[in-house]
Design a protein around this ligand. Sequence first.
Ligand code: SF4
Length: 378
Amino acid sequence: MTNHALLSASSSNRWIHCTPSARLGEQFENTTSEYAKQGTEVHALCEYKLQRALGNEAENPISTFEFYDEEMEECTTAYVTFVMEELAKAKEVTKDPIVIVEQKLDFSNYVPEGFGTGDCLIIDDETLTVIDLKYGLGVLVEAHENPQMMCYALGALNLFDGIYDIQKVKMTIFQPRRENISTYELTKEALYQWAEEVLRPKADLAYQGDGAFQCGKWCNFCPAKQVCKARAEQNMALAKYEFQQANLLTYDEIENILSKVDDLVNWATDIKEYALKQALAGKTWNDWKLVEGRAVRKYANEEEVAKAVENAGFNPYEQKLLGVTAMTKLLTKKNFEELLGDFIIKPKGKLTLVPKTDKRTAVKITTAREEFKHTEDK
Ligand code: SF4
């Protein structure tokens, strides 16, 4: 068993939707990103802190870390606080709830070679709670019908259903950097039904490399995304837009294009990245070539430059106030709050257009005409 199962829980949203993607992706290099390394450290720190909070012995792993910083410290503490709150709730239901940290979960009875690691499981009288920490910032992760969480829950049921009288499964994503706590609950029966009717048949197809290609948001996490023909066809079709008769786009047409633009941009960026990577590896393209980009002048040796300027009687340095992050690091968070708390303001963020489904509150724009009317009414 390797750490990269063909049908991993973390990629299940993709291979459930696009079953041939699992085998197609096998031929692409599986590189570990810096984000993944950071995630591993975050999980190790969470495990350590949670074990300590539960009164267990554990070794502090920080000295081995590459990415440890204040944000990691805060987020892991927030995670432990959240888990301990959930545990306190479970204690209201039953005297001795079970807490399991970093549990290997095997769901291979539904998915060939399927296994994963659950960050935290809590079992009270009749509820199995699965908590998963997400440290990523880029994508807001929802628990609702999240197949990764459902696979973990199935793995947990494999271990504990029968020993405990579990009736309900509660799955929570804790994503501190997005201030996101997302929970999804369903009955044990509903989960088993999904496993039989959706997960197992899709996993069988995916394992064989069968089924139909299907594009969607999951393509962004597919190892084959840069050269997948189905994705290219889908995006080329998106780009072919049937316009109504007229010289200018209508508002409806603009909304329609907006709904497709992000996918098109992502795909176009992937194609450019792939072509560049190939060129750097020695591929010669017919109509494209490598050139040097524009470069700005820079000092060959900063120390020698400073010395030369000082010798000439000038000050080569500028004095600049440290930014908020660097200053917090210098003073520590507590001193920063005490000393500078009153001086910190948070300017409004730049307005940006997002789909209506976005969770943020919409900003109301007052037009000049409304402003004028308001003044007149006074
Ligand atoms: S890029 Fe998308 S459509 Fe193509 S194999 Fe991957 S998930 Fe399927």
